[in-house]
Design a protein around this ligand. Structure first.
Ligand SMILES: [Fe+2]
Length: 404
């Protein structure tokens, strides 16, 4: 058995290689971004200007019912773009839901996809667009750089301020038959263009606003404390943190606050830019497993786990956490980095409590902990440059803290 300290050296070298490889990301280009209230209609104009005649809108049934698509559909029709709607995406989209969307895309002869919704709809649309041009099963695209051909043109309108999927190279897919979730990570999954339109988020219910907002904060925080953080990811992560600390309480107090919604939408995008290069960490690794096993919504799981991981990580990144506290305007002056780090973690705990986010995971079972720890450590150690490492027994004890 190789001592854990030696394994950590191997993980650090591996993550350094990953950091170097992210320097090549810019050659794949970045989505064009339009921002501000009403920008989703500007995106429709862009789709028409790009020569799209037949478009598949990928979304969920609830957004259709709420009428959130109507203005965009009207504008597309006025511009001569024929559209059809696939609204079969559900939270944690499955391989089957994606394949059904692909069948519809083919039967309608759609030339491009417009994803409207939260991370699930955008992720499903990314994989439909990839499947349309890559003749390989979805499960075979799992992992890094497994999408070989350029995907169908994809446009995205996020309706939650959380996942940042509109700017990330990843799509998370559920495989219920195998009780697992897997990520497809490839720069080819980046949308052609996206609209950050906070006006579409005004009716988002408070529990979803809180969970998705905490997901965005987790992206910013895990990217900032990552050992693969760079000057540009730091800038975006600090900016996202500032916007979230200032605006998440505002949108929770008043969902119709359009300016605060727009700021959250921008924060989610910036946090997405940061973690696309710097990666995330243990919060996400454990959250993915709570999601796969117990269907705990992603943002909610992150919100619960984040303070525990930050307490554990603090000895290795107190100064970085202190920077985040300062960015959020939580410094009063004269505090040590440790005190500022504690103030930042305390702010998250306080907001979680105000937003009705629990401190424990109700469905977590003690007998599942070893398997969850094994899967989470495998994901984290081979994908994320975490500031402080934990081994299997540490991780099992760590997860046990969240037993209800
Ligand atoms: Fe996330």
């Amino acid at each position: 058995m190789i001592p854990f300290s030696l394994q950590v050296v191997f993980f650090r070298v591996l993550m350094f290689v990953l950091k170097i490889s992210t320097l090549f990301l810019p050659i794949f280009g970045k989505p064009q971004i339009v921002s501000g209230p009403g920008s989703s209609l500007k995106l429709c104009e862009m789709i028409a200007a790009n020569g799209v005649k037949k478009l598949l809108i990928v979304t969920d049934a609830m957004l259709v019912k709420l009428g959130l698509l109507e203005a965009m559909q009207k504008r597309l029709s006025e511009l001569g773009v024929q559209w059809s709607v696939y609204d079969g995406v559900q939270p944690d989209p499955t391989i089957a839901q994606i394949e059904t969307g692909l069948e519809m895309l083919r039967s309608e002869g759609s030339q491009a996809i417009l994803a409207v919704g939260g991370g699930s709809s955008i992720d499903a649309a990314k994989v439909i667009a990839a499947r349309a041009t890559n003749n390989k099963p979805i499960a075979k695209m799992a992992g890094l750089f497994r999408v070989w051909r350029r995907i169908l043109p994809l446009y995205a309108v996020p309706t939650t301020a959380g996942t940042g999927s509109e700017i990330t190279i990843a799509a998370v897919v559920s495989d219920p038959a195998q009780h697992r979730k897997f990520a497809i990570m490839d720069p080819r999954l980046l949308p052609t263009a996206a609209a950050l339109d906070g006006s579409l988020m005004k009716g988002l219910p408070p529990p979803i606003t809180a969970a998705t907002g905490m997901d965005a904060l987790t992206h910013a925080v895990e990217a900032y404390i990552s050992r693969n953080a760079m000057a540009d990811t730091d800038r975006e992560a600090l900016d996202a943190t500032r916007l979230i600390v200032q605006n998440l309480p505002k949108v929770m107090a008043s969902g119709a606050d359009e300016e605060a919604r727009q700021n959250m939408s921008l924060a989610s995008y910036k946090a997405g830019v940061a973690f696309t290069k710097a990666g995330v960490g243990y919060v996400h690794a454990i959250a993915h497993n709570f999601g796969a096993r117990y269907h705990v919504p992603h943002g909610l799981a992150n919100a619960i786990i984040m303070p525990y991981v930050l307490d554990f990580s603090k000895p290795a990144c107190a100064q970085r956490l202190a920077d985040l506290a300062k960015a959020g305007g939580l410094a009063k002056g004269g505090e040590t980095p440790e005190q500022l780090a504690d103030a930042f973690i305390a702010w998250i705990r306080e907001k979680n409590q105000q937003f009705g986010i629990p401190t424990k995971v109700e469905k977590l079972k003690r007998e599942d902990i070893p398997a969850i720890a094994t899967a989470a450590l495998k994901e984290a150690h081979y994908t994320y440059a975490v500031p402080r490492y934990m081994d299997q027994p540490d991780c099992e004890r760590f997860i046990a803290q969240m037993l209800a």
